[in-house]
Design a protein around this ligand. Sequence first.
Ligand SMILES: Nc1ncnc2c1ncn2[C@@H]1O[C@H](COP(=O)(O)OP(=O)(O)OP(=O)(O)O)[C@@H](O)[C@H]1O
Length: 288
Amino acid sequence: MSIHFEKVNYIYQAGTPFEHQALKNVTVSIPKGSYTAIIGHTGSGKSTLLQHLNGLLKPSSGHVTVADKEITSTTKNKELGELRKHVGIVFQFPEAQLFEETVVKDIAFAPKNFGKTQEEAEKIAIEMADLVGLPDNILNGSPFELSGGQMRRVAIAGILAMKPDVLVLDEPTAGLDPKGRLEMMQMFEKLHQRQQLTIVLVTHQMDDVANYASHTIVLEKGEVIAAAPPKEVFKNPQWLLEHHLALPKATKFAYELQKTGKFSFDKMPLTEKDLAAAIANSLKRGGN
Ligand SMILES: Nc1ncnc2c1ncn2[C@@H]1O[C@H](COP(=O)(O)OP(=O)(O)OP(=O)(O)O)[C@@H](O)[C@H]1O
């Protein structure tokens, strides 16, 4: 399911003293089947852009096309029901939305609402729980007795139960410890690979962009300032620093090494593995 923004402007609270233009003439695509990271400073418009993906927000002008559905300022909510099944959005701290008395019932809520029988919905729920790595023995217990990371998995399974083609994640690892973060990111990677899900990830974690994303969109003050694979976006550390963006750890380390004048890199490494290979190469060419 490909997604395209064409000259999209979005203005919050238009015509009031609080008016704020959060997206400015955004023309950008999210390739079908990609793992696209959206990065940018606080307030650059990431969440605003994300909410256009299923019409929670509609462009003030311009249009968004998701598969064959065009969303404009005049699109009615009742036209968006089908689209919302195809684009699942996991907002920050999704576990706050859990409410059912058992894990299975919580995950089964959406399919039941979309017309499945109780039995069908629970079957889907059990499959989805397995997909997100929840153990069987918690399924009939309360979601509120689980750890934070497991509660989040329940909430994500609830979104996956709609069988979306696109999974949108707004800082999905916020508040998790390093182990929980790694496990969660590995789970999304698995979903991307095995279910061919298009993933759209809003993140401040540049290492996650480097490790997992195939495409990157960089926002600054509501404008798209770059849209390219991570290796392109991170190849010029100076440009990123000028735009007050962080670098992946390995890229930063290589950049600092390069500044000593003793190492040079043809391609900036993005990951620890790339970094080790790049240092070895530089040494072979006569670095010291
Ligand atoms: N309801 C609103 N009314 C007015 N301005 C708003 C409203 N919601 C967001 N904004 C403004 O729109 C801009 C973009 O906000 P948005 O939440 O999309 O940014 P973001 O990049 O997701 O930020 P963060 O990284 O902090 O989540 C910000 O300047 C924000 O203050």
